[in-house]
Ligand binder design. Structure first.
Ligand SMILES: Nc1nc2c(c(=O)[nH]1)N[C@H]1C(S)=C(S)[C@@H](COP(=O)(O)OP(=O)(O)OC[C@H]3O[C@@H](n4cnc5c(N)ncnc54)[C@H](O)[C@@H]3O)O[C@H]1N2
Ligand code: MOO
Length: 420
């Protein structure tokens, strides 16, 4: 029998298997959270003209010296307007922030350094020398025409939207946000608002996975629970395969009613891997339906235990979604943190242990929770990450460095010291 894959090998297979989605045009309003599918080249200089950075008086620097100097004011210029006047020696135009610098001027003296003398006479007071260009933002200072300004694959955040808007790009090429169907399987499951009968439990995985999908920038659709019979499962799998991704939970291990792998293969989903040497999450299944490009679907069979589903999503599904969405480096972002106490484990699988990572001014600190296993959701409430404790090492000492996977929707809080 082949040895079970490790997490890195499984991630490698996911990156090899998942291609990025065909690009499409998106309006700027809808582009938030998508990735750019082409690099963006600057179509015009920014700023497009030399502009004033202060409300003040535009003058020639050659007229300036320390002390008080009188000027004749020949006009006023607000942002959004252009002056037809040219400034000569001894002349000034009162200018507002953002207005184009009038011809002849090469300096703006802030209004705070001015005094009206009446009869269009202005006195400017200088306490130190002023060089040409003071308080003027020259055309093209921020970016020049034909420069590459945003790389393909860049995540579109509010500031990308603003820069694209500044460049006049109302529609941009993006990788579309993936649609993700979520299919919980199991005869024991009832909807969250139903009262469980004997042997039944509530379907908590579907809602959790939907939130993880949203946090990953994708679009979830929760399907009705599939029952542990081939007909129902088959019909719901067909429904789920219409999405870009299908995430099932449950039914992937070795039980008699674990029908998911065989029904997926029957539906034309080619298995890429089944089982990874990790805890929680060992029975995870991954495959791709590739009948025609238009109906490609990537399928994850996530183990039904809630913490297993959650951690497998964070490690594997997120990585696949990143690749599909055009991320240039799709992979879980692992941080390094120092153990606050000794930790011991047994077992032959790498353990991704629900833990608390906190920050002080110079490092991250890691405290494992009192986790009781794959069904123990409660411990995850205190936690914000999984800490990786590799198989084969039984004792991890306080102060040792461990790798940490921050969960989606979680943040790192400052570590409270004894004095605080
Ligand atoms: N003989 C073996 N048995 C098991 C193995 C194995 O290798 N050999 N692996 C174990 C491991 S590890 C895990 S993890 C589980 C995963 O099993 P399945 O993916 O087949 O999941 P189920 O058996 O359907 O459910 C497991 C557990 O989770 C509960 N569950 C399922 N769906 C949901 C849901 N939507 N919301 C909340 N809870 C859910 C379910 O009731 C079970 O208690 O298999 C081990 N067995
Ligand atoms: O791998 Mo299972 O997810 O331990 O419980």
């Amino acid at each position: 029998m082949l040895p079970m894959l490790n997490v890195d090998q499984a991630l490698g297979l996911i990156r090899e298997t998942v291609s990025s989605a065909p690009k499409q045009a998106s309006s700027l309003l809808d582009a938030l959270g998508s990735r750019l599918a082409e690099k963006i080249v600057c179509p015009e200089d920014s700023p497009p003209f030399d502009k004033s950075m202060m409300d003040g008086f535009a003058v020639r620097s050659s007229d300036l010296r320390i002390g008080e100097i009188e000027f004749s004011k020949i006009g006023e210029l607000a942002a959004g307007h252009e002056s037809t006047l040219s400034i000569g020696s001894g002349q000034t135009i009162q200018i507002m922030t953002g207005a184009p610098i009038p011809e002849g001027a090469d300096v703006v003296i802030p209004v705070e350094q001015s005094r009206e003398l009446g009869d269009s006479r202005i006195c400017l007071t200088l306490e130190s020398e002023v060089a040409s260009g003071r308080n003027i933002l020259r055309q093209g200072t921020n970016m020049r025409v034909d420069e590459d300004v945003i790389a393909s694959g860049q995540l579109i955040r509010p500031q990308e939207i603003a820069l694209l808007a500044e460049m006049g790009l109302a529609h941009v090429p993006v990788y579309p946000k993936p649609s993700v169907a979520i299919l919980a399987t199991g005869d024991e499951l009832v909807p969250v608002d139903a009262t469980p009968g004997p042997g039944q439990i509530r379907n908590s995985n579907a809602l959790m996975l939907a939130q993880q999908v949203s946090a990953a920038g994708a679009v979830p659709e929760i399907l009705d629970i599939a029952r542990d019979n081939r007909e129902d499962l088959r019909a719901k799998i067909q429904q789920g395969l219409q999405a870009d991704f299908l995430c099932l939970s449950g039914g992937v291990s070795a039980g008699k009613l674990d029908l998911v792998p065989s029904e997926l293969e029957r539906a034309g989903v080619r298995k890429v891997f089944h089982k990874v040497a990790m805890k929680p999450g060992k029975p995870i299944w991954f495959g791709k339906r590739e009948t025609e490009p238009a109906s490609e679907c990537y399928v994850f069979g996530l183990p039904g235990n809630p913490v297993s589903s959650m951690v497998c999503f964070e490690l594997f599904v997120r990585t696949a979604l990143q690749k599909f969405s055009g991320s240039p480096n799709a992979s879980p972002q692992l941080l390094e943190a120092e153990l606050t106490k000794k930790f011991e484990q047994r077992g032959d699988r790498d353990v991704w242990f629900p833990s608390i990572v906190e920050a002080d001014s110079n490092k991250l600190h890691l405290t494992p929770t009192n986790w009781k296993g794959s069904s123990d959701l409660r411990s995850t409430i205190l936690a914000n990450c999984s800490a990786l404790f590799p198989a084969g090492i039984h004792t991890f000492q306080r102060g040792e460095t461990v790798q940490v996977l921050l969960w989606s929707g979680s943040r790192i809080e400052p570590k409270l010291t004894h004095n605080s």
